[in-house]
Write a protein that binds this ligand. Structure first.
Ligand SMILES: Cc1ncc(C[n+]2csc(CCOP(=O)(O)OP(=O)(O)O)c2C)c(N)n1
Length: 672
């Protein structure tokens, strides 16, 4: 690559792009860790993008109609941080750049949502960014359809590397984007043919361009170091009628005389000697972290060029009728729908009187039928299990090309991309996503579910068929460890409601949550309404509560969730018949119970007597409530699963695995 020729061809561009490169090099060197190669290689593409195409205003990082920029190749975080610093984002100070990757720094190892304005989503787990961006593109289309293009008309730009494209989730995501003809989504592929192990070709021969084309994308190419060629490709990409992949041919570690185009520059500091040589190659005469004032000023002008457009947009927003404007602002700010609480209360009142015997997945559908009409920002969906998850209500239509007012996503058999897209919808603003699959297949969605928790994105996961209670489909479909996994994940509410009332309460909490995602583990089998006396208060909000008090002297406490609460209540009847006073505690959400003060927890789980937990899943999460919290090992027992399930009708499985009222009663008596 002839650096001198490139420099001579577009000298202004060269200075701007080199400023990114040297900041990345210096920050990685100072931190003694990080990934300089990718920022060095993609600085030219990023410079053209920010300079000529990206709609943004560095002084208003949260402007609703800004273009979104997602650095899917999150290891190249210094590319993003350098851009935010240079263009003048207030939080992205030079001090922060110098503090890259250190304790308390906004500029974390990989870009983290919520740490630094301008970081639109957390990336680093490869493939997540590009898939999250698909959700942002869907949200943009939805908002544009609901509020008009004068208010919502922007693009989602992604930089993705070979690693992002090799991850399986990327195929799920691009398939979804292609089908939806998301012409607001442009992916810039850092095609440098290098990963950590060496050349991409040591592990992959995929024709990426053919793959994207086969999935319904337009595909363009450019020389990723030639500013004019990049600009030509990006200009064309904006006019496409489908999502676009731009193949940007680049060199990793561009400009480093001894390390460019090799894996050596992917994830290690260049070292002082090589930095010196690289600076010389760039013709950059300034010391570490020094950006000459004229170059910084030029970058800040780029950061400010969207200000006028933003002012015009603000004026259009201000000119809206007050009601419409308030609704737009509420949805973008992710405020709770004002009619949600009332709808849930009315629903609970009606259902506690009607007392239906329905599966909690069906109960969830009934709740959604009450909620969707009054919460216009929900977008539901399922990974091809709509009739099983019962996630579609009759008032909402499919989201599809030509009907972006539709609020139901046909995600296809793409659990992982569904979860990532839901994160993206929420992060974009204006949408509260929920989506379903079988609880067992949370495994397939897990990478993105973890990011919901890490980012504090209150996605709602509607996970039906929550135990051996699903019956004949057998152990491949019967979750046993999944409740434990969800409960082990920080910042996750795992709800397992026992009846239609608890299901409504769980939905209310999930749709009011500001920072915590919810997993609703819902039954396939019918369950009776247990709460037949209406209480306006949301009892599920406490995580656990006494659903049946002991008569006479209390000798035992049964704790259960979901479908096992009914079984525990039957066990209680057997025990009470033998004058063994037994309390039953329903525990629909362990995390919320753990968050209550000790006085409340002690009231629900006082010391003394026998404790038995009942759940058709593994014991692990119950130990705290059995052994801790005033419990005693010799007085504690568990009735549930020890291994995988089996294929048979549900009733037979419960009998064979010993999750019955009789077995529970026997367990209690053996511990008395
Ligand atoms: C899901 C996931 N797996 C593995 C990694 C570790 N990892 C970080 S970067 C990388 C290689 C990425 O190659 P590429 O996208 O081509 O980046 P480049 O070498 O061009 O910087 C790997 C395997 C990761 N961050 N995420």
């Amino acid at each position: 690559m002839d650096l001198a020729a490139l420099r001579a061809k577009t000298p202004d561009h060269w200075k701007l792009a080199t400023a990114i490169r040297v900041l990345a090099i210096d920050a990685v060197q100072a931190a003694n860790s990080g990934h300089p190669g990718m920022p060095m290689g993609m600085a030219d593409v990023a410079t053209v993008l920010f300079r000529n195409h990206l709609k943004f205003d560095a002084k208003a990082p949260n402007w609703a109609d800004r273009d979104r920029f997602v650095l899917s190749a999150g290891h190249g975080s210094m590319l993003l941080y350098a851009l935010l610093h240079l263009t003048g984002y207030e939080q992205a100070t030079l001090e922060e750049v110098k503090n890259f990757r250190q304790w308390g720094a906004r500029m974390a190892g990989h870009p983290e949502y919520g740490h630094l304005e301008g970081v639109e989503t957390t990336t680093g787990p490869l493939g997540q960014g590009i898939s999250t961006a698909v959700g942002m593109a869907i949200a943009e289309k939805s908002m544009a359809a609901r509020f008009g293009k004068k208010l919502v008309d922007h693009k989602i730009w992604v930089i993705a590397g070979d690693g992002c494209l090799m991850e399986g989730i990327s195929q799920e995501a691009i398939g979804l984007a292609g089908k939806q003809e998301l012409d607001n989504l442009i992916v810039l592929w850092d095609n440098n043919n290098i990963t950590i192990d060496g050349r991409v070709t040591v592990s992959d021969v995929t024709d990426q361009k053919a793959r994207f084309a086969a999935s319904g994308w337009d595909v363009l190419s450019c020389d990723g170091h030639d500013a004019e060629d990049i600009d030509r490709a990006l200009t064309a990409a904006k006019k496409a009628k489908r999502p676009v992949l731009v193949d940007c041919k680049t060199l990793i570690g561009f400009g480093s005389p001894n390390k460019a185009d090799s894996y050596a520059v992917h994830g290690a500091p260049l070292g002082d000697a090589e930095i010196k040589l690289t600076r010389e190659a760039y013709g950059w005469e300034h010391g570490p972290f020094v950006i000459p004032a004229d170059i910084k000023a030029e970058w800040e002008a780029i950061g400010a060029k969207g200000a006028a457009e933003r002012a015009e947009w603000e004026a259009r927003l201000a000119a809206l009728p007050a009601g419409k404007r308030a609704e737009f602002e509420r949805q973008m700010a992710r405020g709770v729908a004002p009619k949600l609480a009332g709808a849930i209360r009315a629903f609970k009142k009606a259902q506690s009187e009607a007392a239906p015997k329905v599966a909690t997945r069906k109960a969830s559908e009934m709740v959604l039928a009450a909620v969707n009409p009054v919460v216009p920002e929900t977008i539901g969906g399922s990974a091809d299990l709509t009739g099983s998850n019962l996630t579609k209500t009759s008032d909402i239509e499919d989201f599809m090309p030509g009907n972006h007012k539709g609020r139901y996503m046909r995600y296809g058999i793409r659990e992982h991309a569904m979860a990532a897209a839901m994160n993206g919808m929420y992060l974009h603003g204006g949408v509260r996503p929920y989506g379903g699959t079988f609880f067992c297949f949370t495994d397939y969605a897990r990478g993105a579910m973890r990011l919901s928790s890490l980012m504090g994105v209150p996605t709602v996961y509607v996970m039906t068929h929550d135990s051996i209670g699903l019956g004949e489909d057998g152990p491949t479909h019967q979750p046993v460890e999944h409740l434990a996994i969800c409960r082990a994940t920080p910042n996750t509410w795992t709800f397992r409601p026992a009846d239609v009332i608890e299901t409504a309460e769980a939905w209310e909490l999930a749709l009011s949550s500001e920072r915590t995602p919810s997993v609703l583990a819902l039954s396939r089998q019918n369950l009776p309404t247990l709460r037949t006396k209406h209480e306006a208060k949301n009892l599920t909000a406490k995580g656990a509560y006494v659903i049946a008090e002991a008569e006479g002297k209390r000798q035992a406490i049964l704790m259960a969730t979901g479908s096992e609460v009914e079984i525990a209540l039957k066990a209680r009847a057997l025990l009470q018949a033998e004058a063994i006073g037994t309390r039953v505690v329903s525990m629909p959400c362990m995390e919320l119970f753990a968050a209550q003060d000790e006085a409340y927890r002690k009231r629900i789980l006082p010391a003394g007597g026998v404790r038995v937990a009942v759940e058709a899943a593994i014991r692990q999460p119950w130990d705290r409530w059995l052994l801790g919290e005033r419990g005693m090992e010799r007085k504690a027992g568990f009735v549930g699963m020890e291994g995988f399930g089996a294929s048979a009708p549900a009733e037979r499985l419960y009998a064979e695995f010993g999750i019955t009222p009789e077995a529970i009663a026997a367990k209690v008596k053996s511990l008395l």
